[in-house]
Design a protein around this ligand. Sequence first.
Ligand SMILES: [Zn+2]
Length: 290
Amino acid sequence: MHAEPAPMNSFPLQSRLRHWRLVLTVALIVLGHATLSAAEKKIYIVTDLEGASGVYKFTQTRNCQETALGRQAMEYLMGDIAAVVRGLREGGATEIIVSDGHGGQAFVPHLMAPGAKYITGLPRSGGGIDGSYVGLVQLGCHAMMGTPDGVLNHTQSSKTENRYWYNGVESGELAQSAAIAGHYGVPTIMVTGDEATCREARQFFGDNCVTVAVKRGLSREAAVLYPFAETRQALYKGAKRAMSVIRKCKPYKLTEPIKAKKQYLILTPAPPKLMIKEGEITNVLDLYRF
Ligand SMILES: [Zn+2]
């Protein structure tokens, strides 16, 4: 049994003042939180080159800085990044760090869109993701090794055909990057690449993660390319939308210790030899050392 509350106007003055003081305090706390979260919408973007608009063969991505095709592919990537940065800013991102995740490094400094800071070059000390970010965007990505319709599909090494399993689940680079971010409690809010990459992203991160496809694979080195004017528009819109789904996206976490398996080829001396390594990863931050 609970007693009927007394009508408002029957409260003594003291009690009414206390009531309004409480209402005011709650309002200030709520307002304070809103301002705080508005002030802290930091986004981390990690890029790759294989999933950029217009990229569909390895001659565009290997030693990219040394070849004309590679340098052109880097320009394609910069266009995609610019569209995503604009969208994230429009959606409310207050700070954006873009990290060059392609092995050969693929940024073109004079094509950096304003509104973000860009990290490139190897090796690095610092500049990685941490708990101060509210979301991770994986841009220009590719599907895991062995995905039939995945343009330039591979996991870490396209030449030695690496494959990785964590706690029994085969995982590509999308899951690897997401697991590192997940360690810091940061969800993957957006993934861009080909249609197969987007499918893989939804499988691992759920339907709330925004995916934008910029091409559809017909095989590892063949694709239906979508025109840049359309992909950049879709990337811009997707990025803007991604800022509104942050709360619905869950960080991707691997249970530690991680039961890990890696399969790869030793290419020389011919013929290639298939190798399998099995073991345990106690800290997810050591994922790339396995
Ligand atoms: Zn990659």
